[in-house]
Design a protein around this ligand. Structure first.
Ligand code: BGC
Ligand code: BGC
Length: 657
């Protein structure tokens, strides 16, 4: 054991002692607030555990031999997993298959029920959202797992889908739609590497990313999470992301403490659901049905998984959607026969959030159906006592074969060994400086610049001169970190406002022009106080209107209408009157219908959801870097043509230089 691990262990042990001291012998109530808060107080997650489950306490007996094979770091992961599996009770095995949302668990239950995995859902930050508090939280949970009889570490997962985006201070990269516009696998690989370093600093070695959906209908609220509507682009960028996260190209492997397990998601048909088929009343298309034949399903949606597996993917998340009426979480043919059989996937399958509950039937039959279909770990995420009880009863009743349980646990343990979690269960404080580092922010800025797509440039108004005199910047999105980051940032749904450190588009413009005093900002684009000669309303040399979408995630972003809002149209019209040249920058998670407004502005730029480094927008607007982005999605002329690729406003791959 090296010094770093010893220190981390000592710290974690101390933390544990402090927690126990704070809590007293009366039970878990009030255990250190940084460790956990009840789901209700967090106001973001599912119901608190309800069912009671009777699981006998394991006597905390040490393993018999001095040096069991599974603790031998030199032995192959598969050998270690087999050795460990042979020592485990059924309760210990079921625990490994259980993934609990961190606000829903009392930490002592991690030890008592041998829980194998925790996650932070969208917005699942500790009470104080700093990198140090994250590391302390994750290490604190880990200490409870390390106390189990066999000392099996947790694998902690998070959605770091555009940087470590629940963490305040992390570098926020453009959402995947922007990376699809940049279409540069080497860039994506570097972004994934940077994301892994920022995650590892907080003790998290598992990312529920990349999304390798191939969205076919941009009305879907997850369009921006997908790289492109084009399977080849998704395939190349998804595999690059896996390599970057898992440190594969630097001659490294998963066992490196700076490598993070990737999770291509959501298998399969993600992005192919039909409008109006969502099972969730408030949604339209998210989680719906994919009504295509098998050849189409394979052609459109399978290649990203083949490439990700070839790139070393060891975990895959199953999709909420159904295929011709059967939920993927219940689809033995697609999960077991195709993925694990035909494609030779040797890692483990994790379910999506509460997704087995969407399978028709009871909670008991959901457990039986999904595990028998091939799910290895279940993202429960809250009512874990009931889940554990159901699995236990299903095995006792012979409804789930023990061999299936063993296969699931063997897969999970093998990945834990490959990750080196038994050797490095805790965070490495030396990595802390990686979070939001200047290098990562510089990389994000480059990615933003490469993601911009120039849609129109009448009279070559772009690039702008840095010597521009009076410059009007309008639109709430121009100076709003939350809007430019979009969903999955600090909160699951994202949030408007000054939610994390970074550079807004307005700040970037001010930092780029020769005379920042010439830049005036009005979120409403009225510039009522700006008078010119003779008291007439001043006319700016250049106006920049920044408009688009407010943050959303998943089905909450399903939209039947993708027009600009009336307020945005009014803003563009007002700024047209007050600007000699007008540039519109769209900050949005997908193409919007702009046909009727196009002629109002000289230039139109799609900036997608650029993230924390808005300077990349100004770098291109003012000509320090060229426009190179290409549309990753077809841009419809009208909403009626949203599924029509024949006569779009702009085709896939379009982008002016
Ligand atoms: C999403 C997944 C995500 C999970 C955990 C689900 O609702 O579909 O993409 O990984 O929640 O946050
Ligand atoms: C969680 C997300 C999850 C979503 C699914 C939210 O409460 O924070 O992570 O994706 O629920 O509905």
């Amino acid at each position: 054991m090296n010094r770093r691990i010893q220190t981390a262990r000592a710290l974690a042990a101390l933390f544990l002692v402090l927690c126990l001291a704070a809590c007293g012998p009366g039970g878990p109530t009030g255990i250190a607030p940084t460790l956990t808060k009840p789901a209700a107080a967090a106001g973001e997650t599912g119901s608190a555990p309800t069912a009671t489950v009777v699981i006998e306490e394991q006597p905390a007996a040490p393993v018999e031999e001095q040096s069991p094979v599974y603790l031998d770091s030199q032995a192959p992961a598969e050998t270690r997993a087999a050795d460990l599996l042979a020592r485990m009770t059924l309760e210990e095995k079921i625990g490994q298959m259980t993934q609990v949302e961190k606000n829903s668990i009392h930490p002592e239950a991690i030890t008592r029920l041998h829980i194998g995995s925790l996650l932070s859902g969208g917005g699942g930050a500790p009470a104080i959202n700093t990198p140090e508090a994250w590391a302390e939280m994750v290490d604190g949970f880990q200490a409870y797992a390390m106390r189990t009889r066999l000392g099996i570490p947790l694998i902690y997962g998070v959605d770091a889908v555009h940087g470590h985006n629940n963490l305040k201070g992390a570098t926020i990269f453009p959402h995947n739609i922007g990376l699809g516009a940049a279409n540069d696998p080497a860039l994506v690989e570097r972004i994934a590497r940077a994301t892994a370093l920022e995650m590892a600093a907080t003790g998290i070695r598992w990312n529920f990313a990349p999304v390798v959906a191939v969205p076919q209908d941009i009305r879907w609220g997850r369009t921006y999470e997908g790289f492109s509507e084009n399977t080849e682009i998704v395939t190349a960028l998804g595999a690059a992301y896996v390599r970057g996260l898992q440190n594969a190209s630097e001659g490294g492997d998963l066992s490196h403490p700076e490598a993070v397990l990737a999770t291509p998601k959501h298998y399969i048909g993600d992005g192919g659901t039909l409008w109006g088929t969502s099972p969730v009343p408030a949604f339209e298309i998210d989680r719906g049905d994919v009504p295509v034949d098998e050849a189409t399903l394979r052609a459109l949606y399978l290649p990203p998984y083949q490439a990700a597996i070839a790139a070393g993917a060891q975990s895959i998340m199953v999709s909420f959607n159904s295929w011709n009426g059967t939920k993927l979480h219940a689809h033995k043919y697609l999960l077991t026969d195709v993925l694990k059989g035909e494609l030779g996937f040797e890692g483990f399958l994790v379910s999506d959030w509460k997704a087995i509950d969407e399978i028709p039937g009871s909670a008991y039959s959901d457990v039986v159906t999904s595990i028998n279909a091939g799910l290895d770990m279940i993202m429960v995420p809250s009512d874990y006592p009931a889940f554990i009880d159901n699995v236990r009863r299903a095995v006792d009743n012979g409804d789930i074969p023990v061999a299936r349980i063993d296969d699931a646990v063997r897969r999970i343990l093998t990945v834990k060994f490959k990750l080196g979690l038994f050797e490095h269960p805790y965070s490495d404080p030396a990595l802390m400086s990686q979070v939001g580092s200047p290098e990562h922010r510089e990389l994000a800025r480059q990615a933003v610049a490469k993601s911009l797509v120039l849609l129109q440039n009448e009279g070559q108004v772009l690039p702008l001169s840095k010597e521009t005199g009076l410059l009007f910047v309008g639109g709430e999105a121009a100076d709003n970190m939350g809007i430019q980051c979009g969903g999955w940032t600090i909160e699951w749904q994202g949030k408007k406002g000054d939610i994390l450190p970074g550079v807004t588009i307005l700040e970037a413009i001010q930092a780029t022009v020769a005379d920042p005093a010439g830049v005036r900002y009005d979120p409403k684009g009225q510039f009522a106080d700006e008078a010119g000669a003779g008291g007439q309303p001043a006319v700016a040399e250049v106006g920049i209107a920044v408009v688009g979408e407010s943050p959303y995630a998943e089905g909450a972003g399903d939209r039947a209408d993708l027009s600009l809002t009336a307020a945005d149209v009014a803003l563009i019209q007002a700024m047209r009157q007050r600007s000699q040249k007008l540039v519109v920058i769209l900050v949005s998670g997908r193409p919007l219908v702009i046909t009727d407004q196009l002629s109002l502005a000289d230039a139109w730029v799609a900036a997608w959801l650029p993230g924390s480094e808005g300077q990349g927008v100004a770098d291109v607007l003012f000509g320090d870097l060229p426009f190179t982005g290409r549309l990753p999605y077809t841009w419809p002329r009208s909403i009626d043509q949203v599924l029509d690729r024949q006569s779009p406003l702009y085709p896939l791959g379009y982008g002016l230089q």
